[in-house]
Design a protein around this ligand. Sequence first.
Ligand code: NAP
Length: 311
Amino acid sequence: MSSSISPIRIGIVGVGKIVRDQHLPALAKDRDYQLIAAASRHGKVDGIVNFPDIETMLGVVPELDAVSLCMPPQFRYEAARKALEAGKHVFLEKPPGATVSEVEDLKALAAKQGVSLFASWHSRYAPAVEAARIFLASTNIKSAAIVWKEDVRRWHPNQDWIWQPGGFGVFDPGINALSIATYILPAMYITSAVLDFPVNRDAPIAAQVAFRAANGSDVTMDLDWLQTGPQSWDILADTDAGQMVLSGGGSKLAVDGNIVHEEPEAEYPMLYRRFAEIVHAETSDVDLAPLQHVADAFMLGKRNVVEAFFD
Ligand code: NAP
């Protein structure tokens, strides 16, 4: 962005783990933005004005150009509508909403209001994802497997919302895998799914999903939230140019065991660069393919009840 363009004055909403871990450091280093306000019931950001909710922030700080909505997905739609109605550009954390239709509604509202809506998918900006996409585009894919296995107690301790309806359970990390898969693999659709729900929870702790890709190849997805020890965030593909392994959540690409791409992670700085780009281009970026697959898995999936889960 040219230095003659004023920074985007942004407010951040839902000050919790991801805001502290990623949004604040990314915004602090980006001269395209000026973080001027925050709204959260409990969380606060030092050095700027803080409000208990988004309505108050929008009323008291009308000079805001944009807001980033970082609360859990079940509580994002009303806030997004208020921001769009107030003429603000909106950055949505992933997943962009709790249902497909609410995000479609936001997309239409953003277009009507002439502002930008960004459904961010941070994993798409992992360093080796683009290299994987380019590799796969030049090969024939025979089959692919998504293996996303992590320890929920380590990554989501005491996050009650994640186990509630609309919190997605193991599909909260699983949708990150789907955001990469829908970018690097041919179009695909779900043919079957099995979802394991702990008896005391309203969201799954594990899932097995089968897809058929447009070229006829099979894609499987194995999600598990009880993996201790080494964590797996991998996408594997058997191709006529060798076996591709995209590991570490998209950070490392190997073909036939040889590392062909590895770089330090910069997902959130790149997400904010993309948001500035769409704001200046007066457009939106809302790809609902990952969310649609999660909706389809819940719609088509057989449900197993498994033992209770306690943090
Ligand atoms: P979190 O810390 O549990 O929640 C973020 C903040 O949202 C909370 O601190 C809370 O702030 C607010 N909030 C919680 N419940 C709310 C409610 N009922 N109504 C309004 N606000 C509420 O969660 P997080 O880990 O930051 O995740 C937030 C989003 O970022 C999720 O969609 C997640 O998928 C995504 N994300 C998370 C990670 C990660 O590593 N954690 C990574 C990438 C993306 P107040 O109590 O102050 O209102």
